[in-house]
Design a binder for this molecule. Structure first.
Ligand SMILES: Cc1cc2nc3c(=O)[nH]c(=O)nc-3n(C[C@H](O)[C@H](O)[C@H](O)COP(=O)(O)OP(=O)(O)OC[C@H]3O[C@@H](n4cnc5c(N)ncnc54)[C@H](O)[C@@H]3O)c2cc1C
Length: 370
């Protein structure tokens, strides 16, 4: 059998791409698991992007209209009248996208693992049976530890971090996410509390399980109220190339993930549109160029991460003072974009008073971010 495009990996990126391509190409998706979902992921997705990308309404569990930011000794709130982000059910998200793709003509090979390429064909394993599928074009959408990336010799210098997340029963403000930045608890990343509803939240961080446990104790969430535990990993940096000959990488396989927040679903979907455009024009080599905005966001995120890693908690307290001011909150509430952190940073740095205060904390903050 031969397809125009064989997508390896049926996560959000692979299934979304299958949807986009299925009307114009013969498409197959190979997924190693027997069912969708199960990945460690809080499932927070910017509401505007969610609607713009046409992601499935039925996967939305909760709508968030604000965030409360906590440092060691301060807190401030950013609130809007309308939902800014959704919390989604990953299984429903992935399965609904796959169902849509099948209805458009895509074929799925579940419980089928990609092993490598041989003589231009994909070598696969399905329940102990070896099979080969040929395609004109292959896409590695197989996540952060991508086998396809290894098969095409893609290289990376990224920072890889483990992520830990629990679902815990408690009492939560239903439409606000909590963001805790406290290096005494975790010096590698922030901690988040994302409510699924008023009585259940997804609580997580990147770094170590000890950091998550310290945070749960500080936030007074009982270990015995945890009803789900998941671990996974993320990669912040570049894995290149994104396209080599007739193989492209997409989603986490290409490390299309925000180094600021570890959100990757939106970037993978945006790059799926870019890949469709490149394939339709017959110039797959243009794919990377067409992902220009995502690349800018990743570059900014990497600079932001460098600044964050270089800061001590005292600096973070000073930054909180600036960001918690009425002026900064008004800018964030009026202009911040959940998926465009470059725009948010520019809006803040355009204010002379805020800029001066940030330079006073550390000139390198501004130098790195601009
Ligand atoms: C703790 C944590 C919290 C996160 N929270 C968020 C969040 O709130 N919002 C957000 O946007 N992102 C979040 N992310 C990131 C997000 O999970 C990823 O960016 C997203 O899952 C990437 O989708 P993907 O389809 O590229 O890869 P994946 O979701 O990893 O999917 C890859 C698929 O490929 C399959 N596969 C792998 N190898 C093979 C193979 N050899 N053969 C066949 N199939 C294979 C896998 O089974 C899987 O189904 C979080 C990540 C972590 C670790």
């Amino acid at each position: 059998m031969k397809y125009d495009v064989l997508i390896i990996g049926g996560g959000p990126a692979g299934n979304y791409l299958a949807n986009l391509l299925a009307r114009d190409f013969s498409v197959a998706v190979v997924e190693k698991k027997g069912s969708f979902g199960g990945k460690a992921c809080t499932g927070i997705i910017g509401a505007a992007s969610y609607e713009r990308l046409g992601l499935p309404e039925e996967a939305v569990l909760n709508k968030l209209r604000g965030a409360v930011f906590y440092s060691r000794i301060q807190s401030f709130e950013i609130a809007r009248k309308t939902p800014q982000a959704y919390i989604v059910d990953r299984k429903i998200l992935e399965k609904t996208l796959a169902e849509r793709a099948v209805k458009r003509g895509a074929e799925y090979y579940m419980a089928t693992t990609f092993r490598g390429f041989k003589n231009g064909r994909a070598v696969l394993q399905h329940l102990g049976e070896r099979l080969e599928i040929e395609a004109d074009f292959y896409v590695g959408a197989d996540g952060v530890s991508s086998t396809v990336a290894k098969a095409i010799g893609a290289k990376t210098n990224a920072e890889f971090l483990s992520g830990y997340e629990v679902e815990v029963v408690g009492d939560f403000k239903e439409d606000f996410v909590e963001v805790w930045v406290n290096k005494d608890i975790n010096d590698e990343f922030f901690m988040w509390v994302a409510p699924v509803n008023g009585g259940l939240a997804r609580v997580g961080t990147l770094g170590s399980i000890e950091a998550l446990n310290r945070f749960l104790r500080m936030r007074m969430l009982k270990p015995t109220s945890i009803v789900e535990f998941k671990a996974g990993s993320v990669g912040f940096g570049w894995r290149k190339p994104w396209v080599r000959d007739n193989v492209a990488l997409i989603g986490d396989a290409a490390l299309q993930i925000k180094p600021t927040t570890a959100g990757g679903i939106v970037f993978g979907a945006i790059c799926a549109h870019a890949l469709r455009e490149a394939l339709l024009s017959g110039r797959p080599g243009d794919y990377e160029k067409l992902c220009g905005n995502v690349k800018n966001q990743i570059s900014f995120g990497l600079r932001f991460r460098k600044v964050f890693r270089g800061m001590g908690q005292e600096d973070i307290e000073k930054v909180f003072e600036v960001l918690g001011s009425d002026e900064a909150r008004a800018v964030i509430e009026g202009q911040a974009d959940f998926d465009d952190h470059v725009k948010t940073a520019k809006a803040l740095l355009r204010r002379p008073k805020l800029l001066a205060k940030l330079i006073r904390i550390s000139p390198s903050i501004v130098r790195y971010l601009v």
